[in-house]
Design a protein around this ligand. Structure first.
Ligand code: ADP
Length: 187
């Protein structure tokens, strides 16, 4: 199973992604996690990305594409994967399709869109800000990330709809309830 998780920041991609990892025994590839690890490790890539991330803007395509390509080439990603936070714009989605072909992997099977309204998103992210203190979980940055999502990432739903791969799942309710909706949508 090769899948893409689409959804606004705070829609639950990370949480549901972990459940999918446990269920299918395939890795989750999160560009946000990889970038935060690079920032924490103080690598050159991390230094390049930090200011952009702190502003809630998208990091340059070549940086995230490089991260994903390296990860998709690893042995554990050969029988499937869950992509969380990538692709985030149409250019990234097109590169992903070409990359899978070049790597000799089958194409994406499903894009699962976790639908959660903006008000609930802001509430969840402000709550997470208090608990985890992520640098980009501040109200003005949160609003910008939602705006960037709506402008650049949400249109990917149409991209995957055209390929017949998109499924929208209600992202509110209990975690297990949402997970059941996702597994049903994967069939
Ligand atoms: P969230 O979904 O909560 O906004 P992520 O953890 O997916 O957060 O990403 C955090 C930040 O990392 C983004 O706001 C962006 O700056 C950067 N980032 C992550 N993935 C990508 C991507 N595919 N393209 C560009 N920037 C990205």
């Amino acid at each position: 199973m090769r899948m893409v998780l689409l959804g606004a920041p705070g829609s639950g991609k990370g949480t549901q992604g972990e459940k999918l990892v446990a269920h299918f025994g395939i890795p989750k590839i999160s560009t946000g996690d990889a970038l935060r690890a690079a920032v924490a490790a103080g690598t050159e890539l991390g230094r390049k990305a930090k200011a952009t991330m702190d502003a809630g803007e998208l990091v340059a395509n070549d940086i995230v594409i490089g991260i994903v390509e390296e990860r998709l080439g690893q042995p554990d990603a050969q029988k499937g994967f869950v992509l969380d936070g990538f692709p985030r714009n149409t250019a990234q989605a097109q590169v992903l399709d070409a990359m899978l072909e070049r790597l000799g992997q089958p194409p994406i099977d499903r894009a699962i869109h976790l639908a959660v309204d903006d008000e609930e998103i802001i509430h969840r992210l402000l709550d997470r800000a208090q608990k985890e203190g992520r640098a980009d979980d501040k109200e003005d940055v949160i609003r910008n990330r939602i705006a960037v999502y709506n402008a650049e990432t949400h249109p990917l739903l149409a991209y995957y709809e055209q390929q017949g791969k998109a499924r929208t799942v209600q992202g509110t309710g209990g975690l297990d309830e949402i997970f059941s909706r996702i597994t049903a949508a994967l069939n």
